[in-house]
Design a protein around this ligand. Structure first.
Ligand code: AMP
Ligand code: ZN
Length: 686
């Protein structure tokens, strides 16, 4: 400001009294018109303009309050400074919750988040507008696709001071509808011109993100994303690891790292490979097989055909013609010899001796025990068929088990049937299951391994057997047992135990039987166990807490009360799966003499598979089951440790069957001692 010396030298009084009195500007009187004019021009360019701007910004913010687009203003370092009510509605966050946060804090931490942000900030830094798609989530974790339009606001001198985000949320349906009406296309065309982003990719990404909103796993991921928001970094990192795992498909399959498999874990790794995998090769066997393949390739150079026969035409596992109804005497003539009757008298006890029955019945224990159990559970009455039909059916199914198999023969089916019936008589099961569930479970146990070839699924897949081809290498044997059971049953009225059922009842029992037989596939062992534990334990807790009770009505008065949650169709299904699974691998929990018998039988069957694999040049899926080197005790310790202990632990809590688990504990100790003896014997020999 220009001023002459005489004026400057004068004493200048303080402005404060004037301001306090309500004035906001002091003008010095001046007789010079030009000076007056300049003063006015300065007023117009300065305060008046600012006043007008301030008044219009109030109007602007009022307008922002009522627009339907979500608007956010953030600082140049991406801190949110203002959001309008539409933003609050769109995201579910209040302005108090969101102000001060980072612009990208609502975005999902997907693989392409950083890519999008980098693209956007590089545009904005140049002072250019950016348009694109944000994959975000609402406060409640729900996924939300947002079309975002960002404008940088520059101050005098060209420095970017603010960013203004205009966000529009779309659901999948809206995306498609807009796209079909052409609106979205126009919107996206703009985006693509400016950012060079391929239209189709963006569209499909939006579709994928919004489509998966419905999937339960996506909801879980969104909830975790939301929980990460205000968590300390250690929790965020732990949850990132959780998300990584959740994104895999094999959620229930334990992963054994071949590099970490110690020698003593070799049997476990063999079980995992042999029972839980359909793959051609297993874990550490990969290398071995590759070497074998190289040898084969070498052989071909010598003129020897290296191709293994995986065609299946040489695999004669499944009988081409199945046994038809045996020419038996009618049920009225089904006289049970007294010595067999005497054995069957103990059939409701856990200590029942199935091997004794096997001998007494000349390897037809399934028919005799089946008849006895079917009568005890009122199966003929429930199905509305005569005992003759039941007898025919049992004989037919038994005839389709391979009596030459050391383990997977009709005695194993009878053993599983016995265990199933035993568990069904526990109060908890009576309280949770309906009669139709019991009948289905009994039938499923009888048929669950019918026509078993004495070879594992892995073997059949590696051999390219007809069955593996038919079932696409997926649950090959279990699919076959179930399918064949229904084929055999419905082929002839004389043995069709379902012939009197109404269509809907038949469909229901059929579905349950199929589900139970498929549940015996060991590939999904941990899935069934985890689901049972996760669903049944909370329902059991209700009972302990005394809440949510109702009377099942079929057990004893005090133990029949059960949580309503346990009797839902979903939980009944989990119980039935666990029931047949526990029955199927209950031999390690049988009285010691029986437990040893079954262990030797399965070992014999596995060894015979190894022999055949070697003979035919197939990959050896369980090399520890090699006749000359096998240690049965070691194989049992591993099998019990890996598959049986946790399962029976969960089952005992539910079914209250300590007589079973006591045997299991004692048998385990026995196998441990035997293993130790074997180890000492071997080290003495050295
Ligand atoms: P399944 O073929 O339906 O009998 O399924 C049960 C699986 O567990 C089969 O693969 C059996 O070979 C296996 N298994 C049952 N008991 C034993 C045991 N004591 N030792 C080793 N494997 C067993
Ligand atoms: Zn079985």
């Amino acid at each position: 400001m220009a001023a002459d010396h005489s004026q400057a030298d004068k004493e200048e009084p303080s402005i404060l009294p004037l301001l306090n009195a309500g004035f906001n500007r002091r003008y010095t009187e001046n007789t010079n018109t030009g000076a007056c004019l300049n003063e006015l021009i300065q007023l117009e360019h300065g305060e008046v303009r600012l006043q007008c701007k301030l008044r219009s910004s109030t109007a602007t913010f009022t307008a922002l309050d009522s627009v339907s687009d979500a608007v956010e203003i953030s600082s140049s370092d991406h801190e949110i400074q203002y959001v309008n009510p539409a933003f609050e509605r769109l995201t579910g966050y209040t302005s108090e919750e969101i102000l001060g946060k980072s612009t990208d804090s609502l975005m999902k931490s997907d693989g392409n988040k950083q890519e999008i942000l980098d693209m956007m900030y590089s545009q904005l830094r140049k002072g250019k507008i950016w348009e694109g798609t944000f994959y975000t989530r609402r406060k409640n974790g729900e996924a939300l696709v947002q079309n975002v339009y960002v404008t940088p606001v520059t101050e005098y001198g060209g420095k970017v001071k603010h960013h203004i985000f205009v966000r529009r949320g779309t659901s999948y349906n809206q995306t498609v509808a807009l796209s079909e009406s052409g609106q979205l296309e126009r919107y996206k065309d703009g985006i693509d011109l400016q950012n060079g982003v391929v239209l189709n990719r963006r569209q499909s990404m939006a579709r994928i993100h919004s489509m998966t909103i419905e999937a339960p796993i996506t909801k879980v991921i969104n909830i975790i994303n939301a929980a990460q928001e205000n968590s300390p970094i250690t929790v965020v990192q732990a949850l990132d690891r959780v998300l990584e795992i959740l994104r895999t498909t094999e959620l229930y399959s334990p992963q054994l790292n071949p590099l970490q498999v110690k020698e003593e874990d070799q049997i476990t790794s063999d079980y995992v490979g042999g029972l839980m995998s359909n793959a051609l090769l297993v874990l550490s066997r990969d290398k071995e097989f590759r070497e074998q393949s190289q040898i084969a390739a070498f052989d071909s150079n010598q003129g020897i055909n290296p191709k293994r026969k995986f065609s299946g035409s040489d695999v004669t596992l499944s009988k081409v013609t199945h046994h038809h109804i045996p020419s038996t005497s009618p049920a009225s003539q089904h006289r049970v010899p007294p010595h067999i009757e005497a054995i069957l008298e103990n059939s409701s006890l856990w200590d029942f001796n199935i091997v004794e029955l096997e001998k007494a019945t000349n390897k037809r224990p399934l028919m005799y025990l089946g008849m006895s159990i079917f009568q005890r559970f009122g199966v003929p009455e429930f199905l509305g068929v005569s005992e003759g039909v039941i007898l025919n059916w049992l004989q037919l199914i038994e005839a389709n088990y391979h009596s030459a198999n050391p383990y997977h023969n009709s005695s194993h089916a009878a053993d599983v049937l016995h265990a199933t019936a035993f568990f069904l008589e526990k109060d908890r099961l009576k309280a949770c299951l309906e009669i139709s569930d019991e009948i289905a479970a009994i039938i499923a146990a009888v048929v669950h391994d019918v026509d078993h070839p004495g070879r594992t699924n892995s073997f059949l897949c590696n051999a390219g057997s007809d069955l593996a081809v038919l079932y696409n290498d997926v649950a090959v044997l279990e699919s076959h047992h179930s399918a064949l059971a229904f084929q055999l049953t419905t082929r002839d009225d004389r043995c069709n135990i379902f012939k009197e059922l109404e269509r809907d009842d038949y469909r229901q029992i059929r579905q349950t039987i199929i589900d139970m037989v498929l549940a015996t596939e060991m590939v999904r062992h941990f899935e069934h166990l985890s689901k049972f534990v996760n669903s049944i334990k909370p329902a059991m807790k209700d009972i302990d807490d005394g809440s949510s009770m109702h009377s099942g009505g079929r057990g004893t008065p005090d133990s029949s009360s059960t949580s309503a949650a346990l009797t839902t169709p979903e939980n009944r299904m989990l119980i039935k799966r666990m029931l047949i699974k526990c029955a199927d691998i209950s031999n390690p929990a049988r009285p010691l003499n029986l437990c040893i018998e079954w262990a030797n039988r399965i070992a014999q069957e596995y060894c015979s598979q190894t022999d055949e694999e070697k003979r035919r040049g197939l990959p050896v899926v369980m090399p520890v089951f090699e006749r000359n080197t096998l240690c049965v005790s070691k194989s049992q310790v591993s099998f019990i440790d890996y598959f049986v202990v946790d399962m029976f632990d969960a089952w005992e809590t539910f079914a209250d069957c300590s007589e079973v688990t006591t045997h299991l504990q004692n048998n385990y100790k026995y196998w441990k001692q035997e293993e130790e003896k074997d180890r000492r014997g071997k080290s003495e020999k050295k």
